[in-house]
Design a protein around this ligand. Sequence first.
Ligand code: ZN
Length: 453
Amino acid sequence: MVSVDSGRWGPCCSRAPNGSTAGAPGGAGLYALNIWWLPLSCGGPVASLEELLLRIEGITLWDGHRDLGPSLVEWDGDKLTKVERAPDPLLPELCVVPGLVDTHVHLVGHAGPGPADFFTWPLTTTREEQVLHGLAHAQRALRQGVTTLRDLAGDEAQIALRRAFDQSLMDGPRLVVHCVVGMTAGHCDLFTPPAAAQRRPTADGADECRRLVRTWARAGADGIKITTSGGVLSMGDRSEWRNYTRAEVQAIVDEAHALALPVAAHAHSAAGIQVALDEGVDSIEHGTLMTADQARQAAAQGTTVAPTLLINEAIAGGSVPVTPEARQKAALLVAERDKLLRHAAGLGVRFVLGTDANGHHVAFGDQMAEVRRMGEVLGLSPEQALQAATSQAAAVVGLGAVVGTIAPGFGADLLVMRGRPWLDAADLRTDQLVAVVSRGRLVAGALPGILGP
Ligand SMILES: [Zn+2]
């Protein structure tokens, strides 16, 4: 894990000539990496990070798709303004890659030290305090190189965090928030113990489903999350339970799409995957027991899958605190999963990074480990796995023209790392991170040549 470094900055008005490192500690002779900054205003206080135009020159760039070799990357605020070839680097051990995009997380959960009970924490923690835990999780992910998150159990809390981050009230990743439309006794409903009076909203029947979609649209949701099968951590169901009739799924997808809201569908069972595919959801979450025919259908339709590998392995293996019921359900799924998903990848299904990180079973910061695991289980090359965690994941969350690619016009989310993670999966680790830039601002680590030590 890299630490946030407040850094040391040169004097205001120390305008650096093009390509030099003037203003950086050490000078050009010491730093092959040409990174410099331009304070945008003079005479005022020492320039703060957000006032700085920055550029990186001479580090090998992997742009979300391919290796472009030593490059110059320049940005102005949260906008990449120039990306072009540069002379050979003198710091060849470093590289620049896009910030990662996790398409499946749950921000609101216990983020403090020590274990907390997964089921009672939401009932014993005020909503205000829960939001602060969500903030901590989001910033933890950001500092570890995940600059975009899609929350798939969203409500007003995650929408508030998204707005606060977008307004730069505090550092935070880009957030995409899908709000839940779930049935009574569905997977999401069964995270709350049956005796608890304080429950999340549910919707049954096509009309109620349409109404809940509309309610979330009014609240500011970016998308809708549904479940078409039971789950693992939910209490008292089985992963093969039907969640929603076909008519209800049809109504939800129709209403959501009419309001320009994409739909992500949690589905473990083949029956749940089938109805989700047939009714035109935009992504499938887990997809654990996907058949070969379904894989062909998903590939043909362009329906992506977030396989959430580590969480199900952790639950099945008992390495995280779970109920015997959850452990048994996960073990049954994981026993079948690897060969089915590997086959699906071979049939052309596009898998993207989606961890299901919730702070209890998978940490915010485990994303790089999930990408490495995707390579192993799905048979992806390191470069394919990194594409699945950057450009391809960005497209899934509706930000394919904003993040996940390092090119002029995109947002300024990028990682400076040691190694070549698109060639060697072992290099894709958080301890290889040198610096994290989010929305054009340094949020963790240090940019070599500017900040020390
Ligand atoms: Zn989830």
